[in-house]
Structures are given as structure tokens and as C-alpha cells.
Design a protein. Structure first.
Length: 580
């Protein structure tokens, strides 16, 4: 009985909040909560984690759940207490508080001042962004959670390149997910990171997508962990947020010693898709640069996975990955310096052979983006995926109305009204995707609606070679209109099927064109390509059986001679909408 009573008392004591430690800063008594692993040792890292508005240090400690990670990795974690449960996100009051904490940890526990990391949730995340410009010389890496400056983010030109990992739920209704990309873009550009992210879906859990921009200057990366369906909280189901922060931050120090390679060609991941037969093996030229912060680079080795391709001892560092076959290839560049330290980076080349069909809309998953493999034009601005952070113009919408025919849609418009000025195109030259079709019969299936055209504006879908030779076109009138808001309900968008013949092996693009009228628009919600069968010989005449010209009204009625208005013209060049 006494043992049970003692155990209950012990558990109750363990459940009590950790006592705060006082420290005086600028004549004001401040406090923090600290977690110290057993057998810490000296020169260990420090993680500072700031709470959200109207929360406190103990609450943040309970949310982050860092103890088991800190015990294994042996680092100190400090949870500061904000004044009035908030943070100074415009001045230096709490910047000085953080500096005092760092000095205290160095004095008391001999932490490594070269490896201090700053994180924060919600308003603490806003403060983390604020600190990027105010104390970059004291913090090795930054890890905001569900918070960014809602009035806009800037990166001071005087600040060194900064590694950043930002974690955010897509259903956050306090600090909206839609603003994350704009905040990160300031630092992506400042760090001279590639503007196209490497995207890892199902990263360690089905609901997590990891976006990585980098490496940039000094080898730094900017990472976004996108948590599908998560709200305004620190998410710890399946994957712990604190663990991901530590995985990222531990790679960085203020005084980096490892060599930094950067693959400059190709500029990002590549995808080669072949339908209708066996793909040709691909030769990929790799070019890289490499620097070393405290010595010199002695070699750069290139790998396809674990297979060594070449070791180059003098710049330029380049080699060719020859005859890459079907599958996923991680092409790595590993730099070695004169101290034997190594650093590496990689690009991924996917060589795909779909057995029967290919979903072109499979990359529709990030609001405010132009998806991977797609490009858009509206007569004024051209955009190439993957790129994101767009609040206006051509971009991807996530539809949330009570009824909607598809969850995601790629919107574009025709600002000028010029011929084919408004388009959404798959596998264009500027994208990372190559679509090769062998001779045969194919079928396009697509769902397309209008965005803000209650009277419906016609759309043309075309299959062309990458150099612009048309092999198929179909003009149709959408049967649904979103109504100018992604929160609206809409229905009635028909699934359309178009069969066509490919006469010769070539690289092709699939394009959805708006009408040739000012502010005509379209939204692509579904687009797939099916291979129906091989054709041994296709005569060019079968593409356009009649050389004569036919005219149709937009409702589909054939007329002999067009009057004033819009008509669909079909002749040996294909189908198009013309104004008479």
C-alpha cells in the first residue's frame, strides 16, 4: 500500500510543470524552462523554442515533445517565457533576451555557441523570422512552426545565407498556409537557392510533403514541411515536428567545415515519360561546383545511387550518366576536401513507362502553384512549374465548396485576347518533364470548366509536337463554371474523351487554350492520356481526311457561311475558334 502511495506521489510530482529559471535582462526579471539530458557533456548544441501568443514556456515544452530526441542526440533545449505571453516582433527587447539565454547556456553548461538553433510556434514562429534579420550571427539554423510575418517578409542584404525549415498545416485557420510560400520566397531568393523545389510526397508519413529549395550559397537549404489537413498546432502524429527540426538543424553550424557541392546541370529533378513502346536510354550530363569553407576541395565524385560514375579532381566537375534505363535514378555529387570531410547533393531522374495511361494532373497538390510538369501563359506572364507563392494570375486552386467536380484545378486566363495567348500546357520545353509518344492510337480524357464565365467560354485542347506541329485539336464548350471563388459549389463538368493518332515518334505537349477573347479563362481539373494500341503505318492523310473547311457555331451546328461572331473552324490545320 505504501509503495503504491509513493508511486502515485512520484507520478504526480513528475506531472507538475518544470520550475522556471529566472534571468535578468535589461533590468527586467525574465524566465525560461530548460531541458537537460543526462550525461550531456560539453560543446553540445542548443535549441531555443518559443511559445505562441497567450501560451507559455511549459505549454510549448509539452507540445514539442523533444525530450526523447534530446536524450539521444545530447542537446540542451530552452523554452523562454514571453512578456505578457507574447513576443517583441519588431524591436530588440526579446532579441537581447535570446542573446542572454545563449550566454547563460555557454557559461553554465558549456554549450557550443557555434550550434545554436531557434524555433517557435505561431507568434513564436513570427519572432523566429524576425530574428533571422536581427541575430543571424548567433543562430546557425531557424525552424518556424505555423507562423510567419503576416505583413510581409524581407531578408536583409547584410545577412549571411540562412538554413530554414518551416513546418505548417494546410488547414491552419489562424495563420493561413497560403502565406507560407511568400515568406519563404524572400529567403529562397536571398540564399540564391534554385526557385524550383525538390518535392517529396509521402515524406515519412502519407500526410507530409517535403519541399526543398537548395543548395544555395554556402550549401544552405530552405525546407517546407507541408502537413495535409493539419491545423494550428504542433503536429506529432506518426512524425514528430521536433524530430524533423533536429534532423535539419543538426547539419548546420555558424562555422561550417564540410565541403559544399552544388549540381548546376541539370537545374533540378527530371522526368522522362514514354508511351507506346520501350523508352530509349537517357544520357544525362552532370555539372557541379564545389567549395570548402576552411580548406580546398580535392575531388568531386559522381554516383548513380551507389554506383560510382566518375571521380573528378579538378574543375570543371562534369560527367555523363550514360544509358539510364527505366526507374528512379538518384544522381549524386560528393565533394571531398583536404581534411577528408565530405558533402553531397543530388538530383533525381525518373524514367517512366506507363503501362496504359498517364495522369497529367497527378502533380495538382499545392495551392497557389504552377504544378510540376506544367506551364501557363495569359498574354502577359508566363510561369513554369514547379513554382509557387502566386496570389494572382495563373495558378492552382483547391476547391472547398460543398459540391465541386474536382478537388484541385489549374486556372489560367487570356488577358490580351490574342490568339492562343491563354494556355495551360503539359510537358513544355521549359518544364522538368519530357513526354515521348510512339506511333499509335491514343485517347485524351479531361475535365475542364470555366472560372468566371457564366455564359461559358470555349476551350481548345491540342496535342502538338514540342516544336509546335499540331496532330490533334478539339474545341468544346465547358458545362460548368466555378463562379470566381474556390469556395463556391459547382457541378456538371463533363468528362470528355478525344481519340487521336500519333504518326511518328516525337516529343509532344498537351495544351489547353482559352478562347481568343479578353479575360477568357479555363480551369483544368482532370487530364489523362491513354495508349490504345500501336499502329504500324499511319498515313498523313488520315489525320485530316478532308481538305475542305467547315464552320460550326459554338453550340455545334454546322453552317455554310459564318456571320458576325465566334465560330469553330475545322480544316486541314485542325480546329480553332475564330471571330468573324
Amino acid at each position: 500500500m505504501m509503495k503504491k502511495l509513493f508511486l502515485c506521489l512520484l507520478l504526480a510530482l513528475l506531472a507538475l510543470p518544470v520550475a522556471a529559471v529566472d534571468i535578468t535582462v535589461d533590468g527586467v526579471k525574465r524566465s525560461y524552462v530548460i531541458y537537460l539530458p543526462k550525461n550531456l557533456g560539453q560543446n553540445r548544441p542548443l535549441l531555443i523554442s518559443c511559445h505562441g501568443m497567450n501560451q507559455d514556456a511549459n505549454y510549448q515544452k509539452g507540445m514539442l515533445q523533444i525530450e526523447s530526441i534530446a536524450d539521444t542526440a545530447k542537446f540542451v533545449t530552452v523554452f523562454p517565457e514571453g512578456i505578457d505571453r507574447g513576443w517583441d516582433i519588431s524591436g530588440d527587447r526579446d532579441i537581447r533576451f535570446m542573446q542572454a539565454i545563449i550566454d547563460e547556456m555557454v557559461r553554465l553548461y558549456k554549450v557550443d555557441a557555434n550550434r545554436v538553433y531557434l524555433s517557435g510556434f505561431s507568434m513564436g514562429g513570427m519572432f523566429t523570422y524576425h530574428a533571422m534579420n536581427r541575430m543571424a550571427d548567433k543562430i546557425a539554423a531557424f525552424a518556424p512552426i505555423s507562423g510567419y510575418p503576416m505583413w510581409g517578409t524581407t531578408a536583409s542584404p547584410s545577412v549571411r545565407p540562412l538554413p530554414i525549415i518551416h513546418t505548417h498545416g494546410t488547414s491552419d485557420d489562424v495563420v493561413n498556409f497560403s502565406g507560407v510560400q511568400g515568406a519563404l520566397n524572400a529567403w529562397i531568393n536571398h540564399n540564391h537557392c534554385p526557385t524550383t523545389a525538390k518535392v517529396q510526397k509521402n515524406y515519412r508519413a502519407q500526410h507530409i510533403t517535403r519541399h526543398t529549395w537548395g543548395p544555395g550559397d554556402n550549401g544552405v537549404e530552405v525546407v517546407l514541411l507541408e502537413l495535409a489537413g493539419k491545423g494550428h498546432w504542433v503536429s506529432n502524429d506518426v512524425v514528430k515536428t521536433g524530430e524533423e527540426i533536429w534532423r535539419f538543424c543538426k547539419r548546420y553550424a555558424l562555422q561550417m567545415k564540410d565541403p559544399v557541392p552544388k549540381i548546376t546541370k541539370p537545374a533540378g529533378d527530371l522526368s522522362f515519360i514514354t508511351m507506346g513502346g520501350v523508352p530509349e536510354a537517357q544520357d544525362i550530363t552532370l555539372e557541379a561546383t564545389a567549395t570548402d569553407p576552411d580548406g580546398r576541395v580535392v575531388s568531386v565524385a559522381f554516383y548513380d545511387g551507389e554506383e560510382l560514375l566518375a571521380t573528378i579532381t579538378e574543375p570543371p566537375y562534369t560527367c555523363t550518366a550514360e544509358a539510364l534505363g527505366k526507374g528512379r535514378h538518384e544522381l549524386r555529387a560528393v565533394a571531398t576536401d583536404d581534411e577528408g570531410r565530405t558533402g553531397e547533393t543530388s538530383v533525381v531522374v525518373n524514367i517512366e513507362v506507363p503501362s496504359g495511361y498517364h495522369l497529367m494532373h497527378n502533380t495538382f497538390n499545392t495551392e497557389g502553384s504552377v504544378p510540376e510538369g506544367w506551364s501557363t501563359g495569359d498574354g502577359e506572364v508566363q510561369r513554369t512549374g514547379f513554382s509557387t507563392g502566386y496570389q494572382q494570375g495563373s495558378r492552382l486552386f483547391q476547391f472547398t465548396g460543398a459540391k465541386h467536380d474536382f478537388d484541385w484545378g489549374l486556372y489560367t486566363r487570356n488577358v490580351s485576347g490574342a490568339h492562343h495567348a491563354g494556355y495551360a500546357r503539359y510537358a513544355d520545353k521549359g518544364t522538368n518533364t519530357t513526354l515521348t509518344l510512339l506511333p499509335g492510337t491514343y485517347q485524351l480524357r479531361y475535365k475542364v470548366c470555366n472560372w468566371n464565365q457564366p455564359d461559358f467560354s470555349p476551350v481548345t485542347v491540342a496535342v502538338e509536337t514540342v516544336d509546335g506541329q499540331e496532330v490533334f485539336a478539339n474545341t468544346f464548350k465547358p458545362t460548368a463554371n466555378v463562379g470566381n471563388s474556390a469556395t463556391n459549389s459547382f457541378s456538371g463538368c463533363r468528362l470528355l474523351n478525344s481519340q487521336f493518332e500519333v504518326p511518328a515518334k516525337d516529343r509532344y505537349v498537351v495544351t489547353f487554350y482559352t478562347a481568343d477573347a479578353p479575360w477568357a479563362d479555363l480551369v483544368v481539373g482532370y487530364a489523362s492520356l491513354f495508349f490504345k494500341g500501336s499502329t504500324s503505318a499511319i498515313q498523313p492523310s488520315t489525320l485530316h481526311p478532308s481538305p475542305s473547311t467547315h464552320y460550326y457555331t459554338l453550340s455545334g451546328q454546322r453552317v455554310s457561311h459564318p456571320q458576325q461572331g465566334l465560330y469553330v473552324v475545322k480544316d486541314k490545320q485542325g480546329s480553332r475558334v475564330v471571330t468573324y
